[in-house]
Design a protein around this ligand. Structure first.
Ligand code: NAP
Length: 277
């Protein structure tokens, strides 16, 4: 019997998830299907009833449903609760379980592209304090020593974020960068800056130690202005596409029973699809 999975969102046409999971289904010769389904917010409860009927093994959840599905799931794990968003659903015995794989996507990307990145105990700096920053903060807390400084345009949002998650965290405005940079080993941009050519005009990368790692979770464009400037400054960089690819691994494994590999071929296919849009 064909095993079916999905991604739901509204709109959903932009999603790269069907390409990622479709590539793996073909590669591993699995009798499975992965489809994008547009579900309007008002139709979410009915969709969950469809899920409980056993039609799907599970699926992904994207904007605008990542918070709304909390109340509809039969169980949500501690990780998703801490991060405040569910992006992966697994159906078992008519019950829907929710989890979050963005955290593993962030870790998987750095583990693959910057081995040893979590060995340091120097400080890390996260730019942005939205939904994605929560997953990154939880990931850094679990894997890396040192303080984590959250810099955000709206200081109150950074303060609210660190108040909700235990750890050696500090909230700042952007003006703190110059003072913090010399003892920073890792910079992660989780803000929307970098999309549509937008750039940081307050960030002097020459203040960072020469061995600092700079990563951006924005992946359209693949090389954001931040990454281009960091590379030009001789710093090590990791782009955000790997996070998207690695966050897909746990869902695929749960639904289809095989832990898939993030290969250069998969990456090249998704990169080509990004170029077409
Ligand atoms: P979000 O919850 O809307 O948060 C947006 C953040 O960006 C906030 O901190 C906001 O600051 C800041 N921001 C927005 N516009 C800004 C501007 N003009 N100047 C300065 N700061 C600005 O969004 P999110 O869900 O965290 O997603 C953020 C980005 O991560 C998106 O581009 C998304 O595509 C990307 N993402 C990538 C992956 C991946 O797999 N690679 C996964 C998840 C998300 P304020 O608090 O001041 O408003």
């Amino acid at each position: 019997m064909t095993i079916k999975a999905f991604v739901i969102g509204h709109p959903i046409a932009h999603s790269r998830s069907p390409l990622i999971h479709g590539t793996w289904l073909a590669e591993y010769g699995i009798d499975g299907a992965y489809e994008a389904i547009d579900v309007a917010p008002a139709d979410l409860p009915a969709f969950f009833e469809r899920l409980r009927s056993g039609e799907f093994a599970g699926g992904n959840v994207t904007i605008p449903h990542k918070e709304a599905v909390f109340d509809l799931c039969d169980s949500v794990d501690e990780l998703a609760r801490l991060i405040g968003a569910v992006n992966t659903l697994v159906v078992s015995d008519g019950k829907v379980h929710g989890t979050n794989s963005d955290y593993l996507g962030f870790l998987g990307n750095l583990d693959a592209n910057a081995p040893g990145w979590s060995d340091g105990s120097d400080d890390a700096l996260i730019i942005g304090a939205g939904g994605a920053a929560r997953a990154v903060l939880v990931a850094l807390r679990r894997r890396r020593g040192g303080k984590v400084h959250v810099l955000n345009r709206t200081l109150a949002n950074a303060q609210a974020l660190i108040a909700e998650i235990d750890g050696p965290f500090e909230a700042h405005g952007f003006d703190a960068f110059a003072e913090l940079a010399p003892r920073t080993g890792l910079v992660v941009n989780t803000s929307a800056i970098g999309m549509h050519g937008s750039r940081f005009d307050w960030l002097d990368l020459s203040l960072l130690p020469k061995n600092a790692l700079v990563t951006d979770i924005v992946y359209t464009p693949l090389i954001t202005p931040l990454l281009a400037e960091a590379r030009a400054a001789g710093l090590h960089i990791v782009d955000g596409l790997g996070m998207l690819l690695h966050q897909a691994v746990p869902g695929f494994a749960a639904w289809f029973g095989i832990t898939p590999q993030v290969t250069p071929d998969l990456r090249a296919r998704v990169e080509a699809a990004l170029d077409r849009h």
